[in-house]
Ligand binder design. Structure first.
Ligand code: HSE
Length: 298
């Protein structure tokens, strides 16, 4: 018995929601085949597209799958084959795609004994291996789909949010690697009350905008005065990409997760495509390879 799953790329933080907000992309992601096996435990048989460890305890998918097996009464095991299309260190949730995809697939093969929230908890163990911190803002949207809010980490509380039908994401991935662990180290651990007020105003505004399909409100709320000024220094051409995307009509633009990918959200596929063209034209002046994607959210 086997299942083939699409493991979506995700945009974490979405500007004003550091470590709590994320969204899943419908058209960018990996593929994974998971098979039931009579051999106990987890075996990663093949990884195509990237050179990643096959040993389950060193692989994010392996660690997430083992966390699930530990809570399950199933006595057999699983074989995993991963077709990696999302590059590690890209900022669009490469490790989360594998961690979330594998636990989702295993849960299906076992007849869905676990809730989505429990799957997020297992997948977070993969994130912990990847970046030392078990953040959930990539794995939660990968499992639930669409936008999700991690209202609380202890206890874990994930709130699925609606996605306005005309919202599209454009992503540019400059091919430099920024490790999440490094881009977390540069952050300050304290913020001022004034910064808090700005950030929770924007986060509330963005969530209200999603519920009401209020695109201008979504646009006004896509701001981050805390993390972006620090991390954007690590991304060549960040300011140019952002200002050109806004000129091309994007509602907002920010760092995807811990970078280096940069995302923009737009109302309508046509504008999202124009934003993609402006990102390409801007980045052609830099001596760095890149890819650009336009995707619906879901
Ligand atoms: N919220 C995490 C961070 C996501 O920004 O560090 C990492 O992809």
């Amino acid at each position: 018995e086997a299942i083939k799953v699409f493991c979506p790329a995700t945009i974490a933080n979405v500007s004003c929601g550091f470590d709590v907000l994320g969204l899943a992309l419908e058209n960018v992601g990996d593929e994974m085949i998971v098979r039931k096996s009579s051999n106990k435990g987890i075996s990663i048989t093949k990884i195509l597209g990237q050179d990643l460890p096959l040993e389950p305890s060193k692989n994010v998918a392996g660690v997430a799958a083992l966390a699930l097996l530990e809570k399950s009464d199933y006595s057999g095991g699983f074989e995993i084959e991963i077709h990696k299309k999302i590059k590690p260190g890209s900022g669009i949730g490469s490790s989360a795609a594998s961690s979330a995809g594998v636990v989702w697939a295993i849960n299906e093969l076992l007849g869905k004994p676990f809730s989505e929230l429990e799957l997020v908890e297992f997948a977070m163990q993969g994130e912990k291996l990847a970046s030392n911190v078990a953040h959930a803002d990539n794995v939660a949207p990968a499992i639930y789909g669409g936008f999700t809010l991690v209202r609380s980490y202890e206890p874990l509380d994930v709130v699925p949010l609606p996605t306005p039908s005309e919202l599209y994401a454009t992503i540019i991935h400059p091919q430099i690697e920024v490790k999440t662990s490094d881009s977390r180290k540069v952050l300050k651990t304290k913020i001022t009350l004034a910064q808090g007020i700005q950030q929770w105003g924007n986060l509330g505004g963005l969530i209200a905008g999603l519920f009401q399909s209020d695109y201008p409100l979504i646009g006004r709320s896509l701001q981050d005065h805390i993390i972006e000024p620090i991390r954007s220094i690590l991304i060549p051409g960040y300011d140019e990409i952002k200002s050109e995307s806004m000129k091309a009509g994007a509602l907002g633009c920010g760092i995807s997760g811990s970078g280096p990918s940069i995302f923009a959200l737009s109302q309508g596929f046509e504008i999202a495509k124009k934003v993609a063209d402006s990102m390409k034209a801007t980045y052609e002046h830099f001596d760095i390879d890149f890819d650009v994607h336009v995707s619906s959210i879901g």
